[in-house]
Ligand binder design. Structure first.
Ligand code: IYR
Length: 328
């Protein structure tokens, strides 16, 4: 797999392709980052963008993980002290998950976001941005009904993080795309380059295949889960024998979340996936690509129950190091 393929595999969107091609031509010494609001323990949503950071490290990039303590505070996630404490725990979790420690820089937002220069640049961006635009950028990030001033400041700070961290590529889930588009529009007003970004897909709720998997509602998988927890969540997952399930009766789109987790979590980290089956049911199956597994689920060769058994096994392998680290 060449650098461009590794950088862009499983991405829902890159902005822009030409800019990513230029980075892929000479990735050594280039820097990519993801920002995370410290909250709870690492869960499957964090793991999706972390997989992309691992791809980028393998392609030659250096990586920054921003533990966005000030952003979490602006997003009403608790006291600043508690947030800082959570941030420290998250760092160790990312390493346990598989980020290359020798090549990952962890930065707290408060290490630079409270400096004079940053604050003045932030105020310049505030002058350049309408409240309506800032609010739109946050639509997929906050859940509160009433919009607070903090939520208008938040995306502008996220935009400003890119030049202040000196990164060449901003990575995030699709829910971050409007913030990155705002950054492209507004950063030139303070003589900064419009940033390049890459967005990972959103995965549907494991139980229903609808909407998006979220740590606050529905079922999620986290580093705190025991093997039994994982098995029971995966067993209860929605898994019709197709990658394109019918919409619900009221017209809501549905995905197959079991296949999505294989595609975005398992195959990026394992070269082959073995589905264990007793001899009388045909014996073990082995897949060396996501497409091969999807095709056999669709043809009926692979039964959803067997697919789920294998998914629980591989998710457990991904989570075990973080679970052990939490127990220390
Ligand atoms: N908005 C992110 C957190 C975040 C991301 C980046 I990239 C930043 O520079 C700052 C914060 C979230 O929703 O978790």
């Amino acid at each position: 797999m060449d650098a461009y393929e590794r950088i862009t595999r499983n991405a829902a969107e890159v902005v822009t392709e030409e800019e990513i091609e230029a980075l892929a031509d000479d990735p050594d010494g280039k820097r990519a980052y993801v920002g995370y609001e410290p909250s709870g323990v690492l869960h499957i949503g964090h793991m999706l963008t972390a997989n992309k950071l691992i791809d980028l490290q393998e392609a030659g990039f250096e990586v920054t993980v921003l533990l966005a303590d000030v952003h979490a505070y602006l997003n009403d996630k608790g006291s600043f002290e508690d947030i800082r404490h959570t941030a420290e725990r998250m760092r160790d979790q990312f390493i346990a998950y598989g980020l290359d420690e020798s090549n990952t820089q962890f930065v707290l937002g408060s290490d630079f976001q409270l400096d004079d220069d940053y604050t003045l640049d932030l105020h310049s961006l505030e002058l350049e941005t309408t409240l309506a635009r800032a609010e739109r950028a946050m639509a997929e990030i906050t859940s509160g009904d009433s919009v607070k001033v903090s939520q208008a400041v938040y995306p502008l700070m996220q935009a400003l993080d890119i030049p202040y961290l000196g990164v060449d590529l901003a990575v995030g889930g699709m829910e971050q795309r409007k913030v990155h588009m705002l950054a492209r529009d507004v950063l030139p007003s303070i003589d900064r380059e419009p940033p390049t970004s890459l967005h990972t897909p959103l995965i549907a709720d494991l139980g229903t295949g609808r909407g998006k998997m979220s740590s606050s509602t529905g079922v999620t998988i986290s580093m705190e889960d025991s093997r039994d927890d994982i098995e029971s969540k995966v067993n209860d997952a929605y898994c019709p024998p197709t990658a394109d399930p019918e919409p619900t009766d009221d017209g809501e789109a549905r995905e197959n979340p079991v296949l999505q987790v294989f595609e975005y979590h398992v195959f990026p980290r394992f070269d082959t996936v073995v589905v264990e089956r007793p001899e009388e049911y045909g014996g073990d199956l082995e897949y060396d690509s996501y497409d091969a597994l999807e095709a056999e689920l669709e043809s009926g060769e692979l039964h959803p129950a067997d697919a789920k058994g294998a998914l629980a096994e591989y998710l457990d392998r991904l989570i075990a190091p973080g679970r052990e680290q939490l127990a220390e």
